[in-house]
Structures are given as structure tokens and as C-alpha cells.
Design a protein. Sequence first.
Length: 67
Amino acid sequence: MGGILARALALFLRWLVVQWQRDLLLRRDERAESARRISGVVQDASQTVDRRALDDVRRRLRERAGR
């Protein structure tokens, strides 16, 4: 009887470990996806700022050329 209980406990603990590992992997994947989204937003914002700065430089050059 003690052997059956020990085996059942071992199986249950193994199941808990597998669930815990799966949860950790899911969280890691969610963090990676979140980081990719944030990176994309930052890159888009950076490109917008670069375009605005370039437009500003072009405008200033046209103003100087027109003088």
C-alpha cells in the first residue's frame, strides 16, 4: 500500500513540475511577443521622428536657397 501511495505522489509531483514548466514557457513567449511589439512601436516612432527631422532640414535648405 505504501508503494502505491509513493508512486501516486511521485506522479502527482511530476505533473506539477510539468505544469510549472509549461507556465514558465508560456510567460516567456508572452514577454518575447510583448518585446517585439514594443520594439516595432519604437522603430515606427523613430522613423516618424527621422522623417520629420529630414523634412525640417529640407524646409530650412529651401528657405536658405530662396534668400
